[in-house]
Design a protein around this ligand. Structure first.
Ligand code: PMP
Length: 385
């Protein structure tokens, strides 16, 4: 009886799993050891701060002082003095009037898009935008126009003549190919159309701009009255969490209207304390940012010289093309077996359906590390090993 009725509710999952198997798109979680010996070209700890003693000590102190969790949403008990300090210092560092911290970059993106649009408004979104921006568009109840990648004229056409509120949204550095958005041209298009510009600077913050102030600052747009940036605290700052940066009235609106701010438990104090310590370190040691860019450029130069096809990196992400999802997965596994951890992007994480190895440059990589990457990765490419 049981098996014939409600026991079969999830039977459809078996055919979904079979379809994934046939397409070579099965995903699995592989817990890493705390003391992994492999060379890390897969993580997003761009500035090498996640294990910096000042950062881990600040995180531990925050947990001891404030507790392991925030205890409530930001508007109830979830805001500590650390959150306020972090917001003030993030805004000052990036050149924006105000900042609002969220439990993740994902939540920050959902907040910016949903609270700044709505029914009757228009969002124009780059086709290669991150999933969190895509989800923000879906939740916003606005009209959404997805335009070809990195094409300001396509944004202009889509914005043209819209009678209501409008905003354009783009990643600053695209997470799959590592290329930078044409931010200055997009800002001009938005200004001509009377639209706001929202930039997800997850991969630019800490890497691009003077001392790592980000891609928005590098484009001369930080603090502009019509520009909003979002960042994650989980990449360059080696912690966890996210933030929206913008004019004070935007932040005040988000605090009152953004559901991922109001209904989500505040960022854990340890993460806020760790991010704050990392931000202070970056201010003190600005050379970490250009070092990441130099490592990325060198990795790209030497891997392409070894015959691999890779897009030129504009920040830390170096993306190497693979012939198929299966081949990408096997290639990544062979690199892992040889002690070099690399990321593997397959559909649906790649908008064009082309699988890639995704390598991330980090400030802490030495010339010997780069030599090792160049020795291991091309030699294990499909058809070569
Ligand atoms: N935007 C981009 C471009 C990202 O790559 C990521 C993280 N993968 C996020 C947003 C989400 O940030 P978080 O991991 O802090 O939620």
């Amino acid at each position: 009886m049981r098996d014939e009725t409600y026991g079969r509710v999830f039977d459809w999952l078996d055919s979904a799993r079979d379809a994934r198997l046939r397409a070579g798109l099965v995903r699995e979680v592989r817990p890493r050891p705390a003391d992994a010996a492999s060379l890390d070209l897969a993580g997003n700890d761009y500035l090498g701060l996640t294990r910096h003693p000042e950062v881990t000590a600040a995180a531990a102190d925050a947990a001891r002082r404030w507790g392991a969790g925030a205890t409530g949403s930001r508007l109830v008990t979830g805001s500590t003095a650390l959150h306020a300090e972090l917001e003030a210092e993030l805004a000052a560092f990036t050149g924006f009037e105000a900042a609002l911290v969220f439990a993740s970059g994902y939540a920050a993106n959902l907040a910016a898009l949903t609270a700044l649009s709505g029914r009757g408004s228009l969002i124009v979104s780059d086709a290669a935008n991150h999933a969190s921006l895509i989800d923000g568009c879906r939740l916003a109840r606005a009209e959404v126009s997805v335009v070809p990648h990195a094409d300001p004229e396509a944004f202009r056409k889509a914005l043209d003549g819209h009678p209501g509120r409008a905003l354009a949204v783009t990643d600053s550095v695209f997470s799959v190919d590592g290329d930078a958005a044409p931010l200055a041209a997009l800002a001009t298009v938005c200004r001509d159309a009377g639209a706001a510009l929202v930039v997800d600077d997850a991969h630019g913050f800490g890497v691009l701009g003077d001392g790592g102030r980000g891609a928005v600052a590098a484009a001369g747009l930080a603090g502009a009255p019509d520009v909003v940036a979002t960042v994650t605290l989980s990449k360059s700052l080696g912690s966890q969490g996210g933030a929206v940066l913008g004019p004070a009235r935007v932040v005040e609106h988000l605090l009152n209207a953004a559901r991922t701010f109001i209904f989500d438990t505040g960022l854990a104090p340890a993460a806020a304390g760790g991010a704050l310590a990392a931000l202070r370190l970056l201010r003190r040691e600005p050379a970490r940012a250009p070092r990441v860019r130099d490592v990325a450029t060198e990795l790209h130069r030497r891997l392409t010289a070894a015959g691999l096809a890779a897009a030129r990196p504009d920040a830390a992400v170096v993306s190497v093309l693979a012939p198929s999802p299966d081949a990408a997965l096997r290639w990544a596994a062979r690199c892992g077996d040889a002690g070099v951890a690399v990321g593997c992007f397959r559909p649906p994480s790649v908008p064009d359906g082309v699988s890639r190895l995704r390598l991330t440059a980090r400030a802490a990589l030495t010339d010997t590390d780069i030599d090792r990457a160049v020795e291991v990765i091309p030699a294990r490419a499909p058809g070569r090993h």
